[in-house]
Design a binder for this molecule. Structure first.
Ligand SMILES: Cc1cc2nc3c(=O)[nH]c(=O)nc-3n(C[C@H](O)[C@H](O)[C@H](O)COP(=O)(O)OP(=O)(O)OC[C@H]3O[C@@H](n4cnc5c(N)ncnc54)[C@H](O)[C@@H]3O)c2cc1C
Length: 398
């Protein structure tokens, strides 16, 4: 690759060692570009249990060189199933079997976040071009023609050729690049738990990512970790005013948002243990991701609600596209601009559709819900696949 912008021992600095940051380090390493990951936490890891991965994530795993290990950790589900939590009946489903896999060249799967992060971390640790540092919060940056200096919380300056802000929803790098204030609080509160499989009601042990949609609330469950547990994520729209992340809460608080749904859906919640809550946030799409030698990536660039199950998938696509764009251009600035141009519309589409899914699929009531059921229930498998081609057929490079 042409790397006239990378001189001497310079590295690309990456703020944040989450899924996006580690994927970026690996993607750059695949193009022979060295990087230094600066993570603010005391250790590299992930909180929360499950995560869904569309075929587009598997396209990325292959480009990151971890396709085999990533495939080994996944549970391959048969369906995406939408249930009406008031009527206790299926509205529709999408088959994820052979026809789906053939069409997209890869499967749909669910994995434990820790396992996914672990696969990326192990590959980073094993790669001579990736360096990882913890206890290293990036608070801001300076730059000139020779490079960029990341400022750490302890006052230490760290010099590199470029800085990638993969520092998540509350990104310090974004504050300097975009300066658009705090994220938008959605008012939706999510509670996460896991249930041992033998405790999950037997008639609901489906090999599916199941969504029970209801007025101002929904429940998602799927099997995880080789079917040892079911991942449970339940959400209700309670106009929560302040962002919260990972606070432990009693089951009574969780149950409060679901007293109006059918008995079967309520039973699932009662089986949950050790609930933790998050108040969900996102942002309006912006295209100002670049400031000279600095670029945003993943949630720092395009934070979204989880209703398309695509935030981590988009972060990995960003990583692959960033490395590809830098490899194809002569100057760093041109490479970063190319990356931004290739990613902005696709990620904006997922951001906005995630919000719309919350309003029109996950949480409607009355005639709005009846319209959802009529429209979604009328779709054939061919209709679903045609509607999803733009998302699952892509790998972030198109
Ligand atoms: C309930 C829920 C369910 C979800 N389900 C799915 C799903 O099924 N599929 C999917 O694809 N996505 C899903 N997502 C979205 C996904 O979790 C995120 O989009 C993804 O984790 C973003 O990765 P990231 O690396 O950009 O940011 P993060 O995961 O937020 O990582 C940022 C990292 O940077 C570190 N950091 C923060 N600030 C600094 C700093 N200033 N300096 C240095 N380090 C810093 C943090 O400690 C962290 O390690 C879900 C999200 C939620 C909330």
């Amino acid at each position: 690759m042409t790397r006239r912008w990378l001189v001497a021992q310079d590295k690309v600095l990456i703020a944040g060692g989450g899924i996006g940051g580690l994927a970026t380090a690996l993607a750059l390493a695949q193009k022979n570009v060295p990087s230094l990951v600066l993570e603010k936490a005391a250790r590299l890891g992930e909180i929360g249990a499950g995560i869904q991965l569309g075929p587009n994530a598997f396209h990325c795993f292959d480009r990151l060189g971890v396709g085999k290990t990533a495939r080994e950790m996944a549970v391959y589900i048969d369906q995406l199933r939408l249930m009406d939590s008031m009527a206790d009946g299926e509205i529709c489903h999408i088959d994820l079997g052979e026809t789906f896999r053939q069409r997209y060249g890869n499967p749909y799967a669910v994995v434990h976040r820790g396992d996914l992060h672990g696969v990326l971390l192990k590959a980073c640790e094993a790669h001579p071009l990736v360096e990882l540092r913890v206890h290293s919060e990036v608070t801001g940056y300076d730059q000139d023609e020779s490079g960029v200096t990341a400022k750490l919380g302890n006052g230490e300056p760290v010099k590199g050729a470029a800085l990638i802000g993969a520092d998540g929803l509350w990104s310090n790098v974004r504050r300097q690049v975009v300066g658009d204030g705090k994220p938008r609080v959605s008012g939706h509160t999510t509670y996460r738990s896991v249930i041992p499989t033998d405790v999950m009601p037997e008639d609901l042990r489906w090999n599916a990512a199941t969504l029970w949609a209801g007025p101002k609330c929904h429940i998602v469950h799927y099997p995880l970790s080789d079917w040892k547990v079911f991942n449970l994520v339940v959400t209700y729209h309670n106009d929560a005013p302040e962002p919260v992340a990972g606070k432990p809460v009693p089951v009574e608080e969780v149950h409060r948002g679901f007293t109006h749904v059918c008995e079967r859906a309520q039973t699932i919640i009662r089986h949950g243990r050790h609930w933790h809550m998050w108040v969900l946030c996102d942002r309006e799409p912006v295209d100002h991701w670049i400031d000279g030698r600095v670029a945003l990536l993943g949630d720092a660039a395009h934070p979204m609600l989880q209703y398309m199950a695509q935030g981590a998938c988009m972060a990995m696509e960003d990583a692959v596209c960033l490395a590809d764009s830098l490899a194809k251009t002569d100057t760093l600035e041109a490479g970063l601009r190319t990356y931004r141009d290739r990613r902005v519309l696709r990620t904006a589409r997922v951001q906005l559709m995630s919000r719309a899914m919350g309003d029109h699929v996950y949480h409607p009531a009355g005639p709005h819900a009846a319209l959802r059921n009529a429209m979604m229930g009328a779709k054939s498998q061919a209709d679903w696949y045609a509607a999803l081609d733009w998302l699952y057929g892509g790998n972030g490079l198109d």
